[in-house]
Design a protein around this ligand. Structure first.
Ligand SMILES: [Zn+2]
Length: 194
């Protein structure tokens, strides 16, 4: 599996796919691919050097089974509100990735927040993007190989709403090109497959 593997609503992973090189972040206990953890630590070192609040991992690798649980929970929530099963499934898929279609199964995606926001019941909120750390990250994450995966101005391509906390590791080389040309992953892949 390479670092630019595309996983989105139309490109899925098999139920049995598990990354080979998962490693546990000692601070959060969250699992990610080894290369991602090292890049994340370097990112935090940069934040320290800038006198900005460091990042905390909220989510990393998620198994197919775990994603299934999240998805089913959302369906049950909507059904409780009176939706029939089909409608509940459609609505759930707008918020939670369908199992096999979450980038988190790759181990290359991370959800992050600041240390102080970590204590919030739901730390994954739009206002993270407005914090000095969130702003710095958007500008500089490419230096360590990360890209903001679901930018505000690309929702018509990603079909996923703006998520200032969700970053995807693609490697420094690709991240730099994406940053310079203002591309999201779908666009980068389309251009590079000719
Ligand atoms: Zn995420």
């Amino acid at each position: 599996m390479n670092d630019v593997c595309l996983v989105n609503p139309s490109h899925g992973l098999s139920e049995t796919f598990i990354p080979e090189d998962l490693i546990q972040d000692p601070t959060s206990g969250i699992w990610v691919c080894e290369v991602v953890l090292h890049a994340f630590i370097r990112l935090n070192n940069r934040l320290f050097n800038e006198w900005l609040e460091p990042l905390s991992l909220v989510s990393g690798y998620r198994s197919f089974i775990y994603q299934q649980k999240l998805f089913d929970k959302k369906i049950a929530f909507y059904q409780k509100q009176g939706m029939d099963e089909t409608t509940a499934k459609i609505e759930a898929a707008k918020i939670v990735a369908v199992p096999g279609h979450s980038e988190h199964q790759l181990g290359l995606a991370i959800d992050v927040t600041t240390w102080s926001m970590r204590v919030l019941e739901d730390p994954l909120i739009i206002s993270f993007g407005e914090t000095p750390t969130g702003k710095w990250l958007l500008k500089n994450s490419y230096l360590e190989g990360f890209v903001l995966r679901y930018p505000k101005d690309k929702t018509h391509i990603t079909h996923i709403t703006y998520e200032p906390w969700h970053y995807r590791y693609v490697g420094i080389e690709v991240a730099t090109v994406m940053k310079q040309k203002g591309l999201c992953l779908e666009e980068y892949i389309a251009l590079n497959q000719g």
